[in-house]
Write a protein that binds this ligand. Structure first.
Ligand SMILES: Nc1nc2c(c(=O)[nH]1)N[C@H]1C(S)=C(S)[C@@H](COP(=O)(O)OP(=O)(O)OC[C@H]3O[C@@H](n4cnc5c(=O)[nH]c(N)nc54)[C@H](O)[C@@H]3O)O[C@H]1N2
Ligand SMILES: Nc1nc2c(c(=O)[nH]1)N[C@H]1C(S)=C(S)[C@@H](COP(=O)(O)OP(=O)(O)OC[C@H]3O[C@@H](n4cnc5c(=O)[nH]c(N)nc54)[C@H](O)[C@@H]3O)O[C@H]1N2
Ligand SMILES: [Mo]
Length: 755
């Protein structure tokens, strides 16, 4: 397991293929669920089955009986595991002893089985009844001087029904403090795009892959983090569609991929090259690259070529002249210097874009985790608008979301800055006056913990302390609280870094059946392309003492708000009644929910720009200008390197499946730093040297991570990468995008220190 010797060996084969098949078999065996897991895999993402608990990419229309995805299989195997964390386990280990174990070890202990309460006298978690657990939560919440002193976190695996009720419960309690994993993820999409195109979601649907003429994939590691999308990319490539990949790391699956469903490729060890053009961008160089492409377009238009979609621009768009002036003012030398890309390659990419009559731009954390990410995404919208790439097949903007229901949670009310119109609907439908002032996002939540105003933290899923920036400060912040509650499937660090009182509440997982008095219930999920589908678990719950998330939310509400007029007791049993309320609060998109969800393929929520309707204040698509070429504050220090914290192929966020990262050639080690060999040599380091990294920041806090092994890797000069969450101690809390609140986890200014 974790203790094998580190090995580093370049991976030159295509991604996918037999390696992926072998990895799937291995994880099912490791979790002792070969038969059960394989059976469950057959109903994953099938009509009548459950939705994959891993990523948010939609299902390919049930074309194949088993849509093979190695990382979906890992997520399922870890959820369906035979291993259990019981009361005996907690009796054996004190919380201090557990705190010394690795994240990987904690994960491998298996599923949580009964509610536990922290006992400070013994430093152990001890069993507690569900009734007492809810009473404790109610007591703490009712005792607060203000409802704003509690923080209600959501992670994106929570289904719509539970998230919706949670948003109503917390608002009736009296606050909009909804820190959310989305605040660390695609929040720049949710906040940056609405002023531009009127909606904070993607406009592309799966069918668009069949009509597109060019695909750009910017800052997203598809083969690892949304592997189902590889099928669409392979199909597009086979049709001859150009794919431009923009990334500081030459991610293996985006270079060459063997489709595990393709019998011929598998048998002949064949593969499909994915990227037709690989753009080896410097970290944070995307704004310069995009402006470079737009400059080519304006230059050629000025020279008399009809490049822009003039009719579309005239009818739908405001701000063309301002955008043009900004782009034309940029100097080619600066564009090349900051992007790290030669002018000739930028011109080639522009040519791909200009020639295509329908282009989609897909992006991930490489674009969203910078200090100016929200405004950077507005530039992505700008370039699409220039050629009218909205409202037609094969075109549009496509944020590749993270957690399987992170988009859905936001749609049904998990939002620290709710609109007044939405709050009015809540008042009409539920008959209480919701709080009107904005609540805390993730960074503000940590700040409120640090300054002592936050007293209670409730985590509906997730692993907050491990996911947020500034690990050491976050731990200290969490330990100041009066109560911390972890509603979870698995034991994680967040349960061990806790408040004076602490609860661990185990839930029924996505792949498991939910039986209530009213019979079997299903939940619903919204994927990254706004499709809403039903999810029905097929396995037995990990333990009879696990509760569904819906019931936990209802019983927290009943224990906290005894005078509430809302029929929480009914919602515990009848999920259809919850969906009826969702339809009442969101009639525009959810009218007829009960009827529509009967379609085994689900239904698509309206995304107005697909119809060329712009829900912006002026009713138009707006080209918004971001001056300059930098998306992160420049740092004047010759030693400075930009650090991107990324995921390995064998983790799901803070859950570590193994210490290896096959496609990047790293085995049995996560404490590595990917660096350009010349940057290494310039620092007088040998390949494989052990170093420490220190953050460069002006706030007087020392941030350092020791014990990193330097690996020569095809990184651009000045750019380094390493793994999240191990490197989160280097990420300063105030290094974030001011519009969205998203920590700039892809651009931490660091320097190497030795000794
Ligand atoms: N198996 C698995 N699936 C997952 C997850 C997981 O952990 N494991 N996590 C889920 C979640 S919550 C999310 S949000 C998504 C995350 O999926 P991704 O968005 O793919 O996330 P990351 O691995 O953080 O990094 C994305 C890519 O950004 C590149 N990058 C770094 N800096 C820059 C830059 O400045 N510019 C550009 N253009 N690229 C840059 C990195 O090299 C990397 O390839 O995946 C989801 N799916
Ligand atoms: N430095 C750096 N930091 C980052 C990132 C980065 O790229 N770099 N990425 C950010 C991103 S994109 C995200 S989304 C966040 C992720 O932050 P979180 O969503 O908070 O973290 P996860 O690791 O996904 O949460 C894992 C835990 O969720 C619980 N869980 C799993 N399934 C279920 C379920 O069905 N129900 C419930 N109730 N609980 C469940 C398990 O107990 C598990 O331990 O991290 C962010 N932090
Ligand atoms: Mo995410």
């Amino acid at each position: 397991m974790g203790e094998s010797k580190p090995r580093y060996k370049r991976y030159d084969s295509p991604a996918g293929g037999w390696g992926a098949a072998a990895a799937t078999a291995k994880v099912l065996l490791e979790q002792s669920v070969f038969t059960k897991g394989s059976r469950a895999l057959l109903s994953m993402n099938q009509p009548g089955g459950f939705k994959c608990p891993s990523c948010a990419f939609p299902d390919p229309e049930c074309k194949k009986t088993l849509e093979f995805c190695e990382n979906g299989a890992k997520a399922l195997a870890h959820e369906a595991t035979r291993f259990r964390v019981t009361r005996d386990f907690f009796a054996q280990y004190s919380v201090t002893a557990l705190g010394e174990q690795s994240d990987y070890w904690l994960e491998m202990q298996g599923r949580l089985t009964e509610p536990m309460r922290y006992d400070s006298a013994t430093d152990h978690y001890v069993p507690v009844s569900w009734d007492d657990a809810f009473a404790l939560i109610g007591d703490h919440l009712r005792r607060l001087d203000s409802p704003h002193h509690a923080e209600f976190y959501t992670s994106g695996r929570t289904p719509n029904e539970a998230a919706f009720l949670y948003s109503i419960f917390v608002r009736e309690f009296g606050t909009n403090n909804f820190p959310d994993c989305s605040n660390m993820c695609h929040e720049p999409t949710s906040r940056g795009l609405p002023p531009a195109i009127g909606v904070g979601k993607g406009t592309v649907i799966l069918e668009d892959f069949e009509h597109t003429e060019a695909i750009f994939i910017i800052g997203q590691n598809t083969g690892t983090n949304s592997p189902r999308m590889m099928t669409n990319l392979v199909e597009a490539r086979k049709r001859g569609v150009p794919i431009v990949v923009v990334n500081p790391m030459p991610e293996r699956a985006l270079i060459k991929f063997t489709e595990p469903q393709d019998v011929v490729q598998m048998a002949t060890f064949g593969s499909t090259p994915i990227a037709s053009e690989f753009v080896h961008i410097r970290i944070g160089g995307d704004l310069a690259f995009l402006k470079g492409m737009m400059k080519v377009m304006f230059e050629r238009e000025d020279a008399g070529e009809p490049i822009l979609d003039r009719a579309f621009l005239a009818e739908h768009v405001v701000g063309l002249d301002e955008l043009r002036a900004d782009v034309m003012a940029q100097d080619w030398d600066e564009i090349v210097r900051i992007s790290g890309i030669e002018e000739a390659q930028i011109r080639r990419c522009a040519e791909v874009y200009i020639r295509s009559k329908a282009t989609m731009i897909c992006y991930g954390m490489g674009l969203t985790q910078h200090q100016l990410s929200s405004r950077l995404l507005q530039q992505v919208a700008n370039i699409l608008l220039l050629k009218g790439n909205f409202g037609k097949p094969g075109a549009g903007i496509s944020p590749i979301r993270g957690h399987s229901n992170v988009q859905g949670d936001r749609t049904v009310g998990i939002d620290e800055k709710p609109s007044q119109a939405y709050l009015d609907r809540v008042r009409e439908v539920f008959g209480f006056e919701p709080p009107r002032e904005h609540g805390h996002h993730t960074v503000e939540t940590v700040e409120a913990m640090l300054d002592g105003t936050a007293r209670v933290f409730i985590g509906l899923g997730g692993n907050f302390v491990r996911a947020v920036p500034d690990t050491d400060r976050a731990y200290a912040a969490m330990r100041k609280l009066d109560l911390t509650v972890g509603i979870a499937t698995k034991l994680n660090r967040g349960h061990l870094i806790h408040g004076k009182d602490a609860l661990i509440l185990p839930v029924v997982a996505r792949s498991e059946r939910i039986e209530t008095e009213a019979g079997e219930q299903f939940v619903t999920i919204e994927d990254s392309m706004s499709n809403v589908t039903a999810s029905r678990g097929v396995l037995d719950p990990a333990s009879p003492d696990c509760l569904p998330e819906v019931e936990i939310v209802c019983r927290m509400a009943m224990a906290t708000l005894p005078a509430s007029k809302i029929d929480w007791a009914r919602y515990i049993h009848d999920y259809g009644a919850i969906r009826d309320k969702i339809a009442e609060v969101y009639p525009e998109i959810y009218a007829g929910f009960a009827e529509k969800i009967r379609n085994p393929k689900g239904f698509h929520l309206d995304v107005a720009p697909r119809r060329l309707v712009w829900k912006t204040p002026n009713g138009k698509a707006n080209m918004l200008v971001l001056p300059g070429l930098d998306v992160d504050t420049p740092v004047d220090d010759p030693e400075m390197l930009r650090l991107a914290t990324v995921r390995s192929h064998d983790q799901f966020n803070t859950t570590i499946y193994s210490y290896s990262d096959r496609y990047r050639g790293v085995y049995n080690d996560r404490m590595v730093l990917f660096m350009n060999a010349e940057d290494r040599a310039a620092r007088g380091l040998e390949a494989g040297a052990k170093i420490a990294l220190e953050t460069i920041s002006g706030d007087g806090v020392a941030r350092r991570v020791d014990g990193l092994t330097v690996l020569d890797y095809a990184m651009p000069r000045g750019a380094v990468a390493g793994y999240y969450p191990e490197l989160n101690p280097l990420l300063p809390l105030d290094h974030y995008d001011r519009i969205s609140g998203t920590p700039a986890a892809k651009s931490i200014p660091v320097r190497v220190v030795t000794g």
